[in-house]
Design a protein around this ligand. Structure first.
Ligand code: BV8
Ligand code: ZN
Length: 293
């Protein structure tokens, strides 16, 4: 039984990492990165998430991110789901001890930019009594948002970067008045550069605080150190197509560690994984870790 085999392996694991992707947040109402449809059906999201696209048409790229922010802010009523909460509990030594008694460390490396994993930690932290020992607390520095954060607004000229949940970020991005604004590929508005989001420190053009294709992911040297040390890697809700995140699991395996994949559809990571759980991660993680539900 795969669950028993994985739990046996976890009992002897020392350094556990989770590599997460858009599937982790699907149950929270956040569309996965490669699902078709939606406002951008005639445009391919991966061609918009690049510095070249932003340089060529910052107005269109900002509309793409505004749409995803609005989708997330309006679905930001969407809360972290059970999968986020189970992963957050694994960062609490007292909870982790129940499934991995020998584990010295736990880290989540997420490709997601929606902040939901951090919010799950924050909600756990808010439930812990002030006088509780560190072993009862979530480790707030255990999450690495390697592709940045969609609600961060970053300057294109100075190093100013701030989390800004405003909706819209600036008046020009308030496209709610445009009737059936349902496909910016054909029906986009040209927002003049000076009306796009500006840096509040130097007033230069601002950009979304995410890592685009061709850009170096955040905290990569620290992440590489964690991947090197890990002897257990849970891969949750990712098609494992985007590098370098998609390379981490095989690096753990090459050094004798174990890999468990939790994914709705078959993924590139499946064939070499030691354990594969096919289904929604919010259900599968609950089946493997009933004590963390
Ligand atoms: C880098 C932020 C160099 C932005 C993202 C040619 C030119 C330039 C670059 C390249 C090139 N060829 C290859 C590259 C490298 C490139 C890359 O990998 N490209 C791919 C497309 C081939 N990578 C990069 O450019 C990276 N940088 O390489 O720099 C470098 C490298 C090393 C060291 C130094 C320098 C930067 C990549 C970051 C791009 N930014 N996001 C934004 O969000 O707008 S990536 C984006 O894709 C999201 O972050 C997303 O998370 C990520 C990965 O996608 P997934 O999360 O896997 O989402 P997907 O929809 O694909 O899959 C979801 C899965 O969930 C599905 O399998 C589904 O079945 C499953 N699922 C659904 N529901 C559930 C579920 N599973 C479980 N439960 C459910 N309920
Ligand atoms: Zn600036």
């Amino acid at each position: 039984m795969t669950i028993t085999r994985l739990r046996d392996a976890l009992r002897v694991s020392k350094n556990i990492i989770v590599i997460a992707g858009a599937g982790l947040s699907a149950a929270s109402g956040i569309p996965t990165f490669r699902d078709g449809g939606g406002l951008w059906r005639s445009l391919d999201a991966t061609t918009l998430a690049t510095p070249t696209a932003f340089a060529a048409n910052p107005s269109l790229v900002w509309q793409f991110y505004h749409y995803r922010r609005v989708k997330q802010v309006s679905a930001l009523e969407s809360k972290p789901n059970l999968a986020h909460h189970i992963i957050a509990k694994l960062s609490v030594p007292e909870f982790r001890r129940e499934v991995a008694p020998n584990a010295k460390s736990f880290h989540l490396i997420t490709q997601n930019v929606d902040r939901l994993s951090v919010r799950a930690l924050q909600s756990l932290e808010s439930q812990v009594p002030a006088n509780a020992p560190p072993s009862a607390r979530p480790q707030m520095d255990s999450v690495f948002e390697m592709h940045g954060r969609i609600f961060d607004v970053k300057c294109t000229s100075c190093d100013y970067c701030v989390e800004d949940l405003s909706n819209p970020l600036c008046p020009a991005l308030d496209v709610s008045h445009i009737k059936d604004y349902n496909d910016a590929g054909t029906k986009q508005i040209d927002i003049p550069l000076k009306e796009l989001p500006r840096c509040s420190a130097c007033h230069a053009l601002a950009r979304p605080g995410v890592v685009w294709f061709g850009e170096t992911p955040y905290q990569l040297s620290e992440i590489n150190r964690l991947v090197f040390k890990a002897d257990m890697c849970l891969v949750v809700g990712t098609s494992s197509t985007v590098r370098p995140a998609s390379l981490f699991a095989s690096r753990v395996q090459k050094r004798g560690g174990k890999v468990a994949v939790f994914n709705l559809a078959p993924s590139v990571a499946d064939e070499s994984a030691d354990f594969v759980f096919r289904g929604p991660c919010e259900t599968e993680l609950g089946r493997v870790f009933p004590e963390l539900v």
